[in-house]
Write a new protein. Structure first.
Length: 381
């Protein structure tokens, strides 16, 4: 079934023409509008509502629309899918899939991006859409789709230790501080930092494998937190998403990080934090197994899934991150540095102020007892 737009003589409106190759008949339906953009939207809805049938004369537009409606909206790279749909409507609005040979695909790739990496990414999205149509029986055979050869570049620039310190010092709002701290303390991807809920942080461990998260090649870690990061998060614990703005989870980190970077006078993206953490861990002599575990990289082997049961699981990585945080610690984080046991005892013996935080359960009990002993009958309500 081939669908396309065309005007009829004597009418300013666009019509959807539905051509049936089996019968050679054309069915026309008015879009009710002379506006081309609005007519294309009507065409898209018409294609989506078509009954399922195996088509030999299907267009690229048809393939992408069906893919978007039934699968593409739920993939992680939705922005790339939408971009490819726009490029196809712009450059190949009526091109039929089985008439789109490799030479035509190379010409299309040259139009959509100068860099081979961009061409590879967009052609990969088209291949995924065509493969989905074939797997679901909507097209009879899987045609050849161009595979663009491209070498991976060095990627984003990692931040230096000094730049990491400037970023932390420039975080003035609570959601900014939590975002940077989670990225630094765990080396996680920005998307994972935004998705984690408070119930995923417990007993000094951050579990980024949230309930209902789809498992992909982008693995998420079960990461032990450095004591300083754990102390800050526990003191500011809430409900819902750990990183939120006005009670809602952030949809993206880009604007938030851009504002922090502008204040800090630093250029780069949030992914540079992850690279900086990895470089720090390597320089600090952390075992490769622990680095891979913290970053969510695959180690290999069936026993990998049981790694977190080891008592020393990623302890070296957490200790190394603690040293990093202490080296770049800003004022808002420095007050959460754990107090040593000897210092706690000195504060109590000398009658000094009570420590604000402590992980010593017996010391907590002693402080509570002292508070109750100071109460008098007149105010003990």
């Amino acid at each position: 079934m081939h669908c396309y737009l065309e005007r009829r003589k004597g009418s300013p409106n666009w019509y959807v023409h539905q051509y049936d190759a089996a019968t050679g008949q054309v069915r026309r339906v008015s879009t009710g509008t002379p506006d081309r953009l609005r007519a294309e939207q009507v065409l898209a809805q018409h294609i989506i509502k078509l009954p399922h049938q195996i088509a030999n004369d299907v267009t690229l537009v048809h393939i992408m629309l069906r893919y978007w409606e039934h699968h593409g909206q739920r993939v992680f790279s939705t922005n790339a899918v939408k971009r490819v749909m726009g490029l196809i409507v712009e450059h190949e609005p009526e091109t039929r899939l089985y008439e789109w040979g490799i030479p035509q695909q190379k010409a299309f790739a040259a139009k959509i991006g100068r860099k081979p990496g961009t061409q590879r990414r967009y052609m990969g999205q088209i291949r995924a859409a065509v493969q989905w149509s074939f797997d679901n029986g909507e097209i009879p055979t899987m045609p050849a789709i161009l595979r663009v050869e491209a070498q991976d570049g060095s990627g984003v620039r990692p931040f230096t230790t000094e730049e990491l310190g400037s970023l932390l010092a420039s975080a003035t709002r609570e959601h900014e501080r939590r975002f940077l701290l989670l990225c630094l303390a765990t080396g996680t991807r920005p998307r994972a930092a935004l998705a984690i809920q408070w119930n995923g942080i417990s007993e000094g461990v951050a579990d980024f494998n949230q309930l209902g998260r789809r498992r992909t090649k982008k693995r998420y870690a079960l990461a032990p937190l450095a004591p300083l990061a754990s102390a800050y998060l526990e003191a500011n614990r809430g409900i819902g998403p750990v990183i939120q703005w006005k009670g809602k989870q952030l949809a993206t980190h880009k604007m938030t990080f851009r504002r922090i970077a502008q204040r800090a006078g630093v250029e780069g993206t949030a992914y540079g934090i992850r690279k900086a953490v990895a470089i720090w861990l390597r320089k600090d002599g952390v075992p490769e197994w622990d680095i891979k575990g913290l970053l969510g990289h695959s180690v290999g082997g069936v026993t990998e899934r049981y790694a977190h049961y080891r008592p020393e699981y990623m302890r070296a990585a957490a200790d190394s991150v603690e040293r990093l945080l202490r080296a770049i610690c800003p004022g808002w984080l420095a007050s959460y540095l754990p107090v040593q046991a000897e210092e706690k005892a000195k504060l109590l013996i000398n009658g000094g102020p009570y420590p604000i935080r402590t992980d010593d359960q017996f010391l907590k009990r002693g402080l509570v007892d002292m508070d109750f002993q100071g109460l008098k009958g007149s105010n003990d309500d």
